[in-house]
Design a binder for this molecule. Sequence first.
Ligand SMILES: [Zn+2]
Length: 449
Amino acid sequence: MRTALILFFAAACLAAAKGYDAGVAKLEITPKQNMWMSGYGARTKPSTGVLQPLWVKSLAIRDERRNTFVIVTTDLVGLPKEITDAISARVQKEYNISRANLLFNASHTHTGPFVKANLSTLFSFTPEAQRQVDEYAQELSDTMFNAIGASLARMEAVDLTFGTGTAGFAVNRRQKMADGTFKIGVNPTGPIDHSVPVLKVVSKRSTKTLAILTGYACHNTTLTGEFYEFSGDYAGFAQSEIEATNPGAVALFLILCGADQNPNPRSSVALAKKHGKELADAVQAVLDGNPMKPIEGPITAALEMAKLTFAIHTRETFEKELTSTIPSQVRRAKMMLAKYDERAPIRSILYPVQAVSFGKSLTFLTLGGEVVIDYSIRAKREFPKVNLVVVGYSNDMPGYIPSKRVLLEGGYEAVDSQIYYGQPGPYSEDVEELIFAAVRRVMKRVSSN
Ligand SMILES: [Zn+2]
């Protein structure tokens, strides 16, 4: 008996002695019935069908100290903290994994369902439509929790390798007009980051590829407001293409800092498929090319809620907006005036900044909301030695996150988009420095091991 126990203990130590364990799971989150879609305020009716199923995918990776990092990706427009916090609390309770070790990302498809508490002023729903939105949010939350559980239940010994490719269909969309203002268009000389990170997860036992995680810094908006069928847009087509080329593997997509980047050209299903194929081909070139770099070292995670402040506003700002011809702007004004009535006008938000490192071989830096490309470029410049993947649209969706440059230039990403997120207006000019101060702190906390 004693020998058996010692042997068992020795075997358990051996199993956890070296490298990583990982598990992956995917569950469908396509709404069971037609409902309102998100992303475009000009839509006038609920969805009419399904072009492509939508998925939540969970990749759980555990190091030899039994520290676990879970990456959850979704074919959705955005995941507000109302949803991610509730799931995180359940995961903490059930699996003892802390909030800092969970990464939630939404691909920002604009042909997905309306997600409760995201883009709150986009529409005014009938009671029936609101009921559907509420029910979908509850089902989504349960399915995401179940996907995390399924990935944790499938842990096995794996090898992790990493490489980077490129895909060229993203273009900077902040087009400068003759009068000096910026409109959403095409700016071929504006900043971009075309890199395509690829993390491969291979079973040690079967040598089969279990998961392929990729990402791209580009709005997931090939399909414009006149499309009424659910789909994951280019990111959805890229994932299904990667899975078709690599049978048995689950493909996961993280949207990076693509807030001021659009697919080019846009506006047809054929183009969404074409961009998806280009991204999948870039991933496959990395998988088939030079040997990918082994990932090694302990997993260390840090999460900070940084306080971001808004530019000064007054009650009069919103009283004037009540006469706007834009319905969302009137809804935003009413929300803000209600806050003034409560003597609690919104002056700031708490903003998630997260870093997760695998020793010195790979670091994910994740930021909430729609993050412009300047953050990716600057973070890679500030941290050149840690193989950085800078991920946007993560953990919460407070709206667009402009850099100081974009904020001062103005336009949709700086000012107008705040209306649709129910925020009081543009950020104060220190927004980029406040975020980078938090970035430096979380990066420091994950770089000591
Ligand atoms: Zn967007």
